[in-house]
Design a protein around this ligand. Sequence first.
Ligand SMILES: NC(=O)c1ccc[n+]([C@@H]2O[C@H](COP(=O)([O-])OP(=O)(O)OC[C@H]3O[C@@H](n4cnc5c(N)ncnc54)[C@H](O)[C@@H]3O)[C@@H](O)[C@H]2O)c1
Length: 263
Amino acid sequence: MQNSKTIWITGASSGIGEACAYQFAKERFNLILTATRVDKLQEVQCTCVNLGARCVIIPYDLSDLENIDELTDNALAAFGKIDTLFLNAGISQRSKTLDTSFSVDEKIMNVNFFAPVKITKRILPSMIENGGGTIAVTSSISGKFGFPLRSAYASSKFAVYGFFETVHAEYYDNNIRVVMVCPGRIKTNISYNALEADGSKHAKMDEGQNSGMSAEKAAKKIVKAIIKQKPEVLVGGKELLMVYIKRFLPGLSRKMVRRVSST
Ligand SMILES: NC(=O)c1ccc[n+]([C@@H]2O[C@H](COP(=O)([O-])OP(=O)(O)OC[C@H]3O[C@@H](n4cnc5c(N)ncnc54)[C@H](O)[C@@H]3O)[C@@H](O)[C@H]2O)c1
């Protein structure tokens, strides 16, 4: 039977977002999927429909902040309401702070932080009017501690924690629940699509990424946490230990991070 709930997932054309789309399709959510690549989104849509879900795609480049209100209005119109918003689209970085052009810093902040902020400001009033909703946001363990070659990326992932923990505190009484998704290393295209100092693509599958948890396994855990409206879900392998080392032994954490190879 069709679930009457609707979810909008950004970054649904590959990796974590794609794998989560299939899990939500199996749960019979109505799906709205956004990412840059139309052809990939169409393939994901086709699989979701075959799994029994209703699915609409809205391709969009989230580095374009100007037209986000229109994008959001289109997403709201697709099924008449959005119960769950999963702000998952993201772009990573592979360049040292001083080498990175400011336009790369800006692009990463726009896609990973300002686009989610703008979308949320447009969606939240309708969620409140409908009696509540869930906002899930993909941060990262890089949103808990700095990491070599990730100055803008880590900043954007710290920033979403600050913004969305605040949204949770402010709108809890309106029945709004925020789920912070915090992956460690998941085997996706993230390193391939990461930006170098000049904005070109890293275009490599990094060793650490390659040995990460599969997107499918991560998605099962993430989707369960979103449906149960858990405050936070950490997914990955032994790298997640760093979160606890940072919390309880910050000096040791800094020493360990300094020694990490640059990928
Ligand atoms: N893979 C990991 O190890 C890992 C670890 C921590 C956090 N994350 C986060 O998980 C999220 C998903 O990444 P992934 O690992 O699945 O990588 P991925 O590269 O496979 O997927 C990224 C998705 O975001 C979309 N996207 C990127 N730039 C966009 C833009 N300008 N406009 C619209 N969509 C855009 C892509 O089209 C794609 O659908 C990201 O926010 C990433 O930062 C991933």
